[in-house]
Design a protein around this ligand. Structure first.
Ligand code: KG4
Ligand code: ZN
Length: 333
């Protein structure tokens, strides 16, 4: 009999469910919440309500696509944190109820660890110990990965996350929310060297992106004052230049951190890891330095439940069995 884990992800604005059978992904579904588009960012209360509407149909669909009955589930992996409290509560409450009613254990998953473990969905081995970098809408963090369950935070952004700056910059350029995919598309037609933006100098393992975010805003305001329509006329060069600065800042900090920790494996994760420029820059650096570079498949970079499922499977293998999970908006490693 195969071991079936039902996995739930509701930490932010993507409602996602996956089914793992013996550590192999059997199905995964995501409902991206469109309700936030008009606001240019996630509205926590609306996110929680949308999770509530989506969760039951998503669970039914994921089980159906995996050819599983509800009674065949052996454990439920659920994102415990970090994330938005209202959103986390929907997934965690559903998991607590399902677990109690079915008499099956829960596997509490750390969202950031899961982003790095997404690499196990396309690679058999993580070649640990490794340095991990998570670049997402809410986090930019460097992590020492000792095992699939043991990780240590080395440093993080002191202010904005990379994804946050991408989304805000794209909003200034009149783009959609979230802005990552649109920025990447727009930047393809632009000159990345046209507008040099500052790269913050920070202590090892730490990042700062609020300076570049403000520099971008002030640049647009200054130019618009002198010549209305500047932003619209130059948006491809603007997108290419800000993208170039953000991705190169990440790569410089990763290179510095790799030298400090002395590991030769680099694990990447998070929504911004979908970015083609970041992937190409990291690949070039890895080839030059002889690092082993693991990046998740694009679909498993942005929030998804497959990564929660694989993280849950490793918790199960480590002997974790919980009867109740408490959501944590902030969660230590
Ligand atoms: O990991 P994720 O789905 O959610 C969080 O945990 O925050 O990351 C979402 C972030 C957003 O800021 C989005 O704009 C960014 O990932 N993103 C991208 C791309 N696709 C998504 N950033 C750059 N290039 C992309 N292709
Ligand atoms: Zn995430």
């Amino acid at each position: 009999m195969s071991k079936v884990i039902l996995a739930l992800e509701t930490s932010c604005d993507d409602s996602a469910v996956a089914v793992m059978k013996d550590g192999t992904l059997a199905s995964h579904v995501v409902a991206t919440q469109l309700v936030h588009k008009d606001y240019g960012g996630v509205v926590p209360e609306l996110a929680a309500r949308a999770h509530q509407r989506y969760i039951v149909p998503l669970v039914d669909r994921a089980l159906r696509e995996a050819s599983c009955q509800r009674g065949e589930v052996d454990a439920i992996a659920v994102t415990q944190g970090p994330g938005l409290m209202g959103s986390l509560m929907v997934g965690v409450s559903f998991a607590n109820g399902y677990g109690f009613a079915s008499g099956i254990p829960l596997l509490p998953v750390h969202h950031i660890k899961a982003h790095l473990l997404a690499n196990l969905l396309s690679h058999d081995d993580l070649h640990l110990p490794a340095l991990g970098i998570v670049v997402s809408g809410g986090h930019t963090q460097l992590i020492e990965v000792v095992s699939s369950t043991e990780m240590r935070l080395l440093g993080s952004s002191l202010d904005d996350a990379v994804g946050e700056v991408i989304d805000k910059s794209m909003r200034l350029l009149g783009g959609p929310y979230p802005g990552g995919a649109a920025m990447e598309k727009l930047a393809k037609a632009g000159n990345p060297r046209r507008f040099p933006y500052p790269m913050a100098k920070t202590a090892p393992f730490h990042f700062s992106f609020s300076g570049v975010k403000t520099a971008f805003l002030y640049h647009l305001q200054r130019e618009e004052e002198q010549c209305t329509g500047f932003t619209e006329r130059n948006k491809a060069d603007l997108a290419a230049s800000i993208q170039w600065t953000l991705m190169n800042t990440v790569v410089v900090k990763v290179e510095e951190a790799m030298a400090k920790v002395g590991h030769t494996t680099l694990l990447v994760g998070g929504g911004v890891a979908r970015n083609g420029l970041l992937r190409a820059l990291l690949k070039a650096r890895a080839d030059e330095k002889g690092w082993l570079l693991l990046m998740p498949l694009p679909a498993f970079c942005t929030d998804n439940a497959a990564m929660v499922g694989i993280a849950g499977y490793h918790l199960w293998e480590a002997g974790v069995r919980e009867s109740h999970v408490v959501p944590m908006a902030r969660m230590a490693f």
